[in-house]
Write a protein that binds this ligand. Sequence first.
Ligand SMILES: NC(=O)c1ccc[n+]([C@@H]2O[C@H](COP(=O)([O-])OP(=O)(O)OC[C@H]3O[C@@H](n4cnc5c(N)ncnc54)[C@H](O)[C@@H]3O)[C@@H](O)[C@H]2O)c1
Length: 165
Amino acid sequence: MASFIKILGLLLLPFWYFIESFFKSCRDLFVPVSLRNLKDLSAEVALVTGGGAGLGRNLAIQLAELKVTVVTWDIDQSANEETVCMILDNGGSAYAYTVDISNPEAVYAAAERVKGEVGEVTLLVNNAAIGQFQSIWEVPDDLIQKKMNIIAIAPFWVINVVEFY
Ligand SMILES: NC(=O)c1ccc[n+]([C@@H]2O[C@H](COP(=O)([O-])OP(=O)(O)OC[C@H]3O[C@@H](n4cnc5c(N)ncnc54)[C@H](O)[C@@H]3O)[C@@H](O)[C@H]2O)c1
């Protein structure tokens, strides 16, 4: 009987989460951010890799809106600096570093600079990637290697150098 109740509970749990997230989404739609009881993130320093474009840029901007100090790493210097300008123009705090995250030496050097110039990183968004959508058999060998280096291996270099409290 006890295991039946346990299984029933597990089966009902997704419905509970669905209802909970539905009501939370409704609240987020109608209650302004300033009136919500949000966690204070103003002491946090977020490192966003690939902050020069796409999701990374959007995340960097949104984190800065929540008063987080943002450090963005990107191989594309001008795009990365553009993200930081957007944040600064919006009253936020951000720092751009040009880093190829697939190069561990570059990652270690950038991490040292960030530690000295900005402080300890407390949030990490491992986001950088090469996003070309094509069939596997159409991807040249060198691009497969490059993709794996950036998407699968580089996050380990980054995690290695980030010191969390
Ligand atoms: N966009 C989507 O629909 C989607 C869907 C699922 C998952 N994702 C994932 O989200 C992440 C971001 O996707 P996106 O579409 O915003 O990508 P994007 O191509 O728009 O941006 C990726 C950023 O990473 C940077 N970058 C690439 N190689 C780098 C390197 N070696 N070192 C440092 N920076 C480097 C690029 O310069 C670029 O600014 C990726 O991990 C992707 O797999 C995206």
